[in-house]
Design a binder for this molecule. Sequence first.
Ligand code: GLN
Length: 446
Amino acid sequence: EHFLDRIEARDGELNSFITVTREQALRQADAADQAIAAGDHRLLTGLPIAHKDIFCTEGVRTSCGSRMLDNFVAPYTATVVENMAREGAIMLGKTNMDEFAMGSSNETSFYGPVRNPWDTERVPGGSSGGAAACLAARLAPAATGTDTGGSIRQPAALNGVTGLKPTYGRVSRWGMIAFASSLDQAGPLGLSAADCALMLQAMAGHDAKDSTCLNEPVDDYLGGLDQGLDGLRIGVPEEFFPDNLDGAIADNAREALRELEKQGAKLVKVSLPSIKLSVPAYYVIAPAEASSNLSRFDGVRFGYRCEDPKDLEDLYKRSRSEGFGAEVKRRILVGTYALSAGYYDAYYKRAQKVRRLIRDDFARAFKEVDVLMGPTSPETAFKLGAKADDPVNMYMADVFTIAVNLAGLPALSMPSGFIDGLPAGTQVIGNYFQEGRVLNVAHRYQ
Ligand code: GLN
């Protein structure tokens, strides 16, 4: 009730939720009370969680921030949501997001932008902007998000909360609406690394319904949080501190590194030379996969259908023209172009080769160090509208996060103080399945 009341009071202004499931949440809270009274106390019993509106929820609309799915009620529930419910979590509602998770500011949502609670004239980041903003405003204590190129970490940084993108394959993607399937990964956002550890413990694990979900045992994330950092080797890639980086952002991340050094960590200079190609490679690969994934929205089987179609061709054309927003259309066009005969080798195949080089850079670095660190975002929260008409400038918001998705590594953004009253975030990247290590570093810092 506390959180539902706060949502009612504050969310008119912030717009962090698309749907609030008040009645269902209160019913689940009653069930949690009864479970506790009966001695059945699970990992998340009674914990209210805000789910990103990209996760299918049976009986509750799942819009993915798009007009295309404005009327879509899934007949089943995503594994992530189900795993958390099985551990006793309560669903507060579904959070606002960029349309089909494409964006870095939450401005592409069909439901309007989300406002950053630290300064409501500024964006919360994206695409999990609703998730991060509702945490920062204390409208929910915990949230889920998805990260294809930075969508958990960048909004976490811009709102002063913690967000973790797990290793690709650590968490099931079943029931999570697909954007770019080789990059998409679900993860937790919380007020601390410990909160994220608790949530990941419930989210992670094998799922036979997702063939990319790995069958590896889930570590004890909570148990490893307090480990000391003595002797930990932190790699500091020079590419994360380029000459043109905002001085205040660089200082902020260096300050966090110094704090960890005080706790016994060793800083090691490393280089990831191919990482400068991550944004261009991503903006070939992600749109290519998106153009394929989004072909299922044809006005026939899911969601929006235009009025009075003349024939089948007209039905497809108008349903998609009217149902998708501008950024989604841009991605579909770029993606189909990059995949088309004659251009495939020049763009898609080349981008895949770059992806391999980036992965190899990380592999080399992880022979020398335990984690890599740097700023999460090249800037703090920017003004609403500042990049809305400049896609390439918007794409650069993820310059420090995208390489991690191309490599499939786990990474977390932790709050590292403020710059001119706005939150800044520092990123901790781990080797495959080192979520525990990454959470441990963030927990010790916090
Ligand atoms: N901002 C990036 C994009 O628009 C990443 C989005 C995401 O991680 N879902 O593609």
